[in-house]
Structures are given as structure tokens and as C-alpha cells.
Write a protein that binds this ligand. Structure first.
Ligand code: NAP
Length: 255
């Protein structure tokens, strides 16, 4: 067990399953105390797995589409531990790949709310504490869909492009105040998102356009491959890395 994050505190959203769960377990194994957020009770399962492994964590069940959730999470972390060192905005949802003409506005609203507005609100909620201490690192989980136009549907693609812009702007704005903000862009990664629904749930016409792009990815990653890069970005090993948008996709975006 390494201890590069000993004494640090972290909030990880969407940590009840998949990539977020792997991130929460990895940060905790490195010594961080973790606020484990998910939309449902899965948050408790991850938090209890951390505690069983000797780490410190508590669950914060909250739907991040609710605008009050970000403040509630930050307040809970500050009440419990007095500081927030690491924020990992991981929670994310897909659309059904319908092109714009067929995309229901309510799908657009929900995807933007969870994938883009919630990270903004969480950053806004944790930055006052980080800025006061001139120390903090934010890691946003974007996507291959942030690097290409044809790897996902329009709401998801737009949300992840937006998250990259938010990452770069925040990195630049606070570069001289001890804050770092980076993004990771996973390629296809084992999780409920890739195995739960699958192409059968997706718009069949859009699948004809997106399917060939998906067919280019070299191989599916384990969630741990993403978590390892988040650990690097959360730790002092990356102390001069700021505003970086890092593909973790086995080379997919190089094609
Ligand atoms: P996943 O297996 O579907 O897990 C998503 C997690 O986010 C779950 O814990 C879920 O909570 C939580 N969540 C969903 N909506 C939420 C909401 N409104 N409020 C709070 N929590 C919410 O997804 P994943 O594949 O691990 O994806 C994690 C991140 O990686 C996402 O941002 C995704 O866009 C990105 N990504 C994934 C892939 C991939 O191939 N898997 C590729 C590129 C990018 P519950 O457990 O309570 O449902």
C-alpha cells in the first residue's frame, strides 16, 4: 500500500460503479479519505469496501442533476474533514446517440446537467476552500467523445467537449494559486456504461455512423487503467501538470 495521498481528502462522483468505483478505491488505497457519491445506494457499497480495506470513506447519495447536490457534497466533506484536496468529477451518463433532429430536449437537458453543469457546480463549491489554502487538484473524467465528433451522441459529445473547455479555463485561471485542473479521456472501458445497455439500446440509424468509429478502438480497458492515471493527477507526482487533457484509450485517438 502506497501513501502518497496520506492526509488528503477527496470527493469522487459516480463512484458506486465502474470507473468511479475504481477511482475511489485507488485514491483510498493511496491514503486519501474519500466522499463516495452515487445516485443510488451503490455509494454505500463502495464506501464500505474502502472501510473494510482499512481506509476512511463515507457515502453521499445524491442525484447530481439536482443543483443543490454539489453544495451538499462539499459541505459534508468540509464538516467531516475540514478540507477538500481532490475533486474527481466522474459521474456521467449517455444519450441514445439520436442525431440532433431526433434528440429529445429533455435528454439534452439531463445529459448536460449531469455531465457538465454538475462538474461546474462542484468545482464552484470546492474552490473557495482550495483557494483559501492555495492547494487543490481537480480531475475531470471526460471521454474519447471529447476528442472526436463521431464517437457518441450529440448531447454526450457536447457535454464532454464542454468539460474539456471548463478544465482548460479553470487550469489557466488558477494556475498561480496552487490549483491544478486536468481531464482524463477514457476510451472504451469495462463498466455498466459499456456492458449494461449496449448498442441494442442505441438509435439504430446513428449506430451506422458511430459503430465504425467505435470499431477503431484497440481494446476495452479495465476501469483500473483509468484510476491509475487519476491517482497520478491527484498526487504530487504530477505537480507541474495543469490543463492537460489525457487520452487513456490504448491509442484510439491517435488513429
Ligand atoms: P457507469 O458504470 O454507468 O457508472 C456511473 C456511475 O455514475 C454510477 O455510480 C452512477 O450511480 C453514477 N451516476 C450516474 N448518474 C448520476 C447522477 N445523476 N448523480 C450521481 N451519480 C450518478 O459509468 P462509467 O462507464 O464508469 O463512466 C464513468 C465516467 O467515465 C463517465 O463520466 C463516462 O462518461 C466516462 N467514460 C466512460 C467510458 C466507458 O467506456 N465506460 C468511456 C469514456 C468516458 P449509481 O451507481 O447510483 O447508478
Amino acid at each position: 500500500m502506497t501513501a502518497e495521498l496520506a492526509g488528503r481528502t477527496a470527493i469522487v462522483t459516480g463512484a458506486g460503479a465502474g470507473i468511479g468505483r475504481a477511482i475511489a478505491l485507488t485514491l483510498a488505497a493511496a491514503g486519501a479519505k474519500v466522499v463516495v457519491n452515487a445516485r443510488t445506494e451503490t455509494a454505500h457499497e463502495t464506501a464500505s469496501a474502502i472501510r473494510q480495506g482499512g481506509g476512511e470513506a463515507f457515502a453521499a447519495v445524491a442525484d447530481l442533476a439536482d443543483r443543490d447536490a454539489a453544495g451538499t457534497l462539499a459541505e459534508a466533506a468540509l464538516r467531516e474533514w475540514g478540507r477538500i484536496d481532490i475533486l474527481c468529477n466522474n459521474a456521467g451518463i449517455l444519450d441514445r446517440w439520436e442525431p440532433v433532429a431526433r434528440l429529445p430536449p429533455e435528454t439534452w437537458d439531463r445529459v448536460i446537467a449531469v455531465n457538465l453543469t454538475a462538474p461546474f457546480l462542484l468545482m464552484r463549491a470546492v474552490l473557495p476552500d482550495m483557494l483559501a489554502r492555495r492547494s487543490g487538484t481537480i480531475v475531470n473524467i471526460a471521454s474519447e467523445g471529447a476528442l472526436r465528433g463521431g464517437a457518441a451522441g450529440p448531447a454526450y459529445t457536447t457535454s464532454k467537449h464542454g468539460l474539456v473547455g471548463l478544465t482548460r479555463n479553470t487550469a489557466w485561471m488558477h494556475a498561480e494559486e496552487g490549483i491544478r485542473c486536468n481531464a482524463v479521456c477514457p476510451g472504451a472501458t469495462e463498466s455498466r456504461m459499456t456492458t449494461g445497455g449496449g448498442p441494442g439500446d442505441m438509435d439504430p440509424v446513428a449506430f451506422g455512423r458511430i459503430g465504425p468509429v467505435l470499431g477503431l478502438f484497440p481494446h476495452m480497458a479495465e476501469a483500473q487503467r483509468i484510476a491509475g492515471v487519476v491517482l497520478f493527477l491527484a498526487s504530487d507526482a504530477s505537480r507541474h501538470v495543469n490543463g492537460a487533457i489525457i487520452p487513456v484509450d490504448g491509442g484510439w485517438s491517435a488513429a
